[in-house]
Write a protein that binds this ligand. Structure first.
Ligand code: ACO
Length: 321
């Protein structure tokens, strides 16, 4: 038994923040941001718009694409680092919005890799026969926890959501998923406050995403390079068999380095970073849905999804779409 992607959906908030807008907030410029990251603009959740709001739009679009109704869903698995509330979790909040009652609903927190973790877990439920119609979402309002005075990080992030519906299938589907973490890198990329810490930094206005960008960059390239090789080997697939790379959209230079490792021309890499920035857990399902809807990704093609984020965490999925 395998799980297969029956439909995809995504959503971006209406409000757009361009590099020119950021020039008015911090000492930066369009040329620096474009050349170092590939980002031109990003979408920002409006006041009062939450992660669950974005997730609901993406989920409804994925359900419509898959031809399923809320009553068909028997598992909700959301990847996010920016939940609306401490609890109930975003999965439960989304479940309520969709009018679904009783099925398991939860969220997984692994920074930018959260969607890959959610997909990996939901895939196991479906393969084991414990779910017949799983809703898997990556949704994020990371711009809420950005330090808008720190030009090294605030130019990078955007908000959004993406979703997939997984169904059982005798044919793959998801050939394999790989999930990893190494907490020794916890100080290179973090948000330094939280519930158990007491939110002291938040109260003092000193909280915000912190990143040693250069070091993150180096580990990300090395780790993702190893991950794509490991994933292909685990499935006995050669890199020449891949149709599309659907990477986490953190930095165009990281994406290009991984494409090079796979000998893939950039024409076969889904890149949304210019318009969306780094939407953390939402970036892979957003890129996937974008390319499905514009007709680039077609049924039967072989896709490699991968992400890397705070923790560090990293994960992948090899998918016959
Ligand atoms: N505008 C203008 N100048 C800037 C800006 C900015 N927005 N930000 C930094 N600079 C300056 C720095 O102050 C520094 O100036 P100095 O030389 O006078 O000290 C100079 O530019 C170079 O800074 P670096 O940090 O060395 O720049 P780098 O080339 O490394 O690019 C970047 C920074 C884009 C952040 C890069 O390191 C990167 O993409 N890192 C990886 C990010 C990533 O993958 N994150 C993981 C996922 S995120 C998640 O999990 C939540």
């Amino acid at each position: 038994m395998y799980s297969t992607i029956a439909g995809t959906g995504s959503y971006l908030p209406e409000k757009i923040l361009t590099n020119a807008d950021l020039e008015k907030l911090v000492d930066t410029n369009d040329e620096w941001i474009r050349s170092r990251t590939g980002i031109e603009r990003r979408h920002i959740a409006s006041e009062g718009e939450t992660t669950t709001d974005l997730a609901e739009h993406a989920a409804r679009r994925a359900m419509q694409a898959a031809g399923v109704a809320p009553g068909d869903i028997d598992l909700i698995c959301v990847g996010t680092t920016t939940p609306d509330l401490v609890f109930p979790n975003v999965g439960s909040l989304l479940q309520d919005r969709l009018g679904i009652h009783g099925c398991p609903a939860f969220s997984m927190e692994a920074a930018c890799t959260s969607f890959m973790y959610a997909l990996g877990v939901a895939d196991k439920f479906v393969r084991l026969g414990d779910a017949k119609c799983a809703l898997v979402v990556g949704a994020e309002t990371l711009t809420r926890i950005v330090d808008w005075k720190d030009r090294g990080t605030c130019v990078l992030f955007g908000d959004g959501a993406g979703a997939v519906i997984l169904k059982p299938s005798a044919e793959p589907g998801i050939l394999c998923t790989r999930l990893h973490s190494d907490g020794r890198y916890k100080d290179l990329l973090l948000y330094p406050d939280g519930v158990s810490k007491g939110f002291a930094l938040v109260r003092e206005g000193k909280a915000g995403v912190q990143m040693k960008g250069n070091e993150v960059y180096k580990v990300a390239v090395n780790t993702l390079g190893g991950l794509v090789t490991e994933t292909l080997q685990a499935c006995g697939i050669g890199k020449e068999q891949l149709d599309w790379l659907v990477p986490h959209q953190a930095n165009i230079r990281i994406i290009e380095a991984i494409a090079k490792r796979l000998d893939m021309p950039m024409e076969r890499v889904i890149v949304t970073i210019a318009e969306q920035g780094n939407t953390s857990a939402a970036s892979v399902p957003l890129a996937l849905d974008t390319a499905v809807r514009d007709g680039r990704i077609r049924r039967g093609q072989l896709l490699l999804l991968e992400a890397f984020g705070g923790g560090f965490t990293w994960g992948s999925a090899l998918v016959r779409y």
